[in-house]
Design a protein around this ligand. Structure first.
Ligand code: GLC
Length: 742
């Protein structure tokens, strides 16, 4: 699905805008220019004397974290009416997965494998945010995340560059619309540039050491993709990238972003990341930090005041050239013109109550429904039938918690506006069956079991125990990393106790990351992994549990068996001694005093199987899908052309359902080693039971290109395997060859 790039500006307006920017720039003092490069934090619904004064003096270019419409309009009024040049403000906010209406967390949206859904969620987020005066969001977060210990995996679009870049383009399109000047468009922000997801040990803000080849082949592609399709801004990462913090990394922010990619939008630092260059041990003091960040390519400083404090003197003593200041200010002013702020920066209050209307809630429910992943369904216990149930036990601390279900980065959602699982089940049951509810544990981290007794009692008298467990929202997101990714607290014990009652268990898991579930998986009959589904969690889960719709989500990230397996992702390199079943078996039965160089010499562990618990792309349905008749139309293609591959998909089950058909390739030999599988296409299809359809993919050799050892991005001649199936373990295989002979 090609996502039209966001023009940002009507083409004819580009020249006019450039002229307006130059005209305005020529009037500005150095202090006023530096003011545009400063983002200050709002005062939470009021305008402090200091902020009012700073705006009047032209010392502020943008505000972060003000969401009160009247206050924002007052801030804009001060900037426009009381400052010397009347330059309006950018108003930034982390509208990550919703504003009033909270959509599933980004990792959940990625599990929908639906660019359309991702675009819809972003578009509604932009409508609701812009109706509150916000004109800039710090999203999409497109850090490739392959370590579920890292709390920010919740904000990511998963482990795979192709899925991430495809969905990121749609998210930007949703936020920015066709033109930034459209009423409900807001500027998007590609973050965190770059490689933040590789933080060592999955610890947030930690060091990242990424070989340039890996950086360019894995971590940069999503950023390049949305730089090319018009994302309005970038945000530099907190993290130390190969010894040079991203915030001060001129190779990244200038050589790559500006010179190679020709990107022209403003770059903002992360929160107080400029002075943190001193903490990194990369800058001597805040003046040095200001110099290094600005010189590297950070245009706007977020929340701290190194630029305000030191840029003037750095220019005066010729450390920084005024031309560089002018270039940054031009980028900021150009964005403000593109957003139409000089024409109208005031937001009328009449649309605010349009938030959370039925259409928004309907889209939020659909997004939640399509992002839930069915991981287990023994004996087809799901979907439940309301006719077959007299008593349903609903157990767990997350069954009726409108706050936790919204997940991380849901700043502006309101818990009381959430529709919880318990609410929705009551609405669904009406009088057809009885619902008995017990939390079992007060919170997801509780370790005391005094609530178990009530939970056990209702389970004993129930036909099914529906357990809603997982992680509170605060256990993922920024700075919230976990060394142990089991179900927190005493939840596993609670499952044990309910399992002992003999009542079948349907386990619904809310979480911001993959969890290690091997210890409980045998004790439950079904697992529906719903991530943090947002405002409409309840109706979505009720629809899925009772079969109004079949689950169709697919994992955007690998689920390890053990935290010790991390990093574990599907697109691994083969190594010279890849793991295999026979090697695993040999390793698993090593006799005492076996000779040193014996048994299963492979890239794996002695004490656990090398496979994940659930693979990237995995997700069950209430139906079953058969894949047959894979065909490559043109088995020999030249570089610069397309290979066309088709497959027949059949719904061989008893349920009309959607399936995400996935296409993977392997470049068998490259000038640098290539992954054993790479996602290069997917299509979400709906099939009635008993029906079949042909699904076609058209793959240009550009999609086969990768950075070689000379850092040239090229497709290479050679042989390729191609697989199509319902997850990354797809086995239906064909081959094709690429030649560079014309
Ligand atoms: C935070 C995050 C960043 C966010 C910014 C503003 O520290 O790293 O993603 O956009 O600050 O809240």
């Amino acid at each position: 699905m090609s996502v039209k790039s966001c023009q940002q500006l009507h083409p004819l307006d580009s020249l006019a805008t450039e002229a307006k920017v130059i005209t305005l720039l020529d009037k500005m003092t150095l202090d006023e220019k530096i003011g545009q490069l400063s983002q200050l934090s709002g005062d939470g619904g009021q305008v402090s004397k200091e902020l009012r004064k700073a705006i009047k003096q032209g010392q502020v270019g943008s505000i972060i974290n003000e969401v009160d419409l009247d206050t924002i309009n007052e801030l804009q009024r001060i900037a426009i009416k009381e400052s010397r040049l009347g330059i309006p403000l950018l108003i930034g906010r982390d509208v990550i997965h919703g504003f009033n209406t909270i959509f599933p967390i980004p990792l959940a949206q990625a599990a929908s494998w639906s660019p359309e859904i991702v675009e819809q969620c972003a578009q509604i987020s932009a409508i609701e945010a812009s109706n509150s005066g916000i004109n800039w969001t710090f999203a999409p977060m497109i850090d490739i995340a392959r370590d579920p210990r890292w709390g920010r995996i919740a904000e990511s679009l998963g482990e795979d560059p192709y899925l991430c870049k495809t969905l990121a383009k749609s998210m930007v399109k949703g936020f920015q619309g066709e033109y930034l000047s459209n009423t409900n468009s807001i500027a998007a922000c590609a973050k965190h540039f770059a490689g933040y997801g590789a933080s060592e040990g999955g610890k947030d803000y930690n060091t990242t050491n990424i070989a340039e080849n890996e950086l360019r082949n894995v971590y940069l592609p999503p950023f390049k993709a949305i730089a090319d399709t018009g994302v309005a801004t970038f945000m530099a990462s907190f993290s130390d990238l190969n010894g040079v913090p991203a915030t001060g990394n001129d190779w990244l922010l200038s050589d790559v972003l500006r010179d190679e990619w020709r990107y022209s939008g403003p770059v903002i630092s992360d929160w107080e990341a400029v002075p943190q260059l001193v903490t990194h041990g990369f800058a001597f003091d805040k003046s040095d930090a200001a110099n290094k960040a600005f010189t590297a390519g950070v245009d706007i400083e977020m929340a701290s005041n190194c630029y305000l404090s030191y840029l003037t003197s750095l220019v005066s003593n010729n450390t920084i050239a005024i031309k560089k200041i002018d270039d940054s200010v031009k980028r900021v002013l150009t964005l403000k013109f593109k957003l139409g702020l000089f024409e109208s920066a005031t937001t009328l209050p009449n649309n605010q109550n349009n938030a959370m209307n039925l259409q928004h809630l309907s889209i939020a429910k659909n997004a939640a429904t399509k992002s839930c992943v069915l991981l287990k369904n023994d004996n087809q216990i799901l979907p439940l039938s309301k006719l077959a149930i007299t008593n349903l036990a609903v157990i767990g601390p997350l069954a009726d918690d409108g706050y936790e279900q919204m997940g991380t980065w849901a700043f502006d959602g309101k818990a009381h506006q959430s529709h919880t699982c318990l609410n929705a089940l009551h609405a669904y049951a009406k009088d057809s069956f009885k619902i008995h509810h017990a939390v079992g544990l007060e919170t997801s981290r509780s370790n005391h079991n005094d609530g178990f007794y009530e939970a056990i009692a209702i389970a004993k008298n129930a036909d099914v125990a529906l357990m809603v467990l997982g992680e509170e929202a605060i256990l993922s997101g920024e700075a919230h990393c976990r060394a142990n990714i089991d179900l927190p607290g005493a939840q596993e014990d609670l499952i044990d106790e309910i399992h002992k009652t003999g009542t079948p268990i349907v386990l619904v898991i809310m979480a911001g990351r993959p969890l290690t579930l091997e210890k409980i998986i045998a004790k439950v009959d079904a697992i529906l992994f719903v991530w943090h589904p947002g405002t409409m969690a309840g109706p979505a889960i009720a629809d899925l549990v009772f079969g109004a719709e079949s689950p169709s989500g697919k994992l955007p990230v690998t689920f390890p068996r053990s935290v010790g397996q991390i990093p574990l992702y599907y697109a691994q390199k083969n190594s010279g001694r890849p793991p295999s079943e026979d090697k695993y078996l040999a390793l698993n039965s090593i006799p005492v005093r076996a000779p040193q160089t014996s048994f299963g010499m492979a890239a794996t562990y002695l004490d656990i199987h090398f496979s994940p618990l659930f693979a990237f792309g995995y997700g069950l349905s209430y139906s079953q899908f058969g894949y047959t008749n894979i065909k490559v139309m043109n088995k020999l293609i030249t570089i610069g052309s397309f290979v066309e591959i088709s497959v027949t998909v059949s719904n061989i089950g008893n349920f009309t359902a959607e399936e995400v058909v996935q296409l993977y390739i392997r470049d068998l030999v490259g000038s640098v080693t290539r992954p054993i599988k790479e996602l290069k296409g997917f299509q979400r299809i709906k099939l009635a039971k008993g029906k079949s359809t042909e699904v076609k993919f058209k793959l240009h050799t550009d999609e086969l290109a990768f950075y070689n050892r000379h850092m040239e991005c090229k497709a290479e001649a050679g042989h390729f395997n191609v697989w199509i199936g319902g997850d990354s373990n797809a086995t239906l295989q064909a081959e094709f060859e690429v030649t560079d002979e014309k």
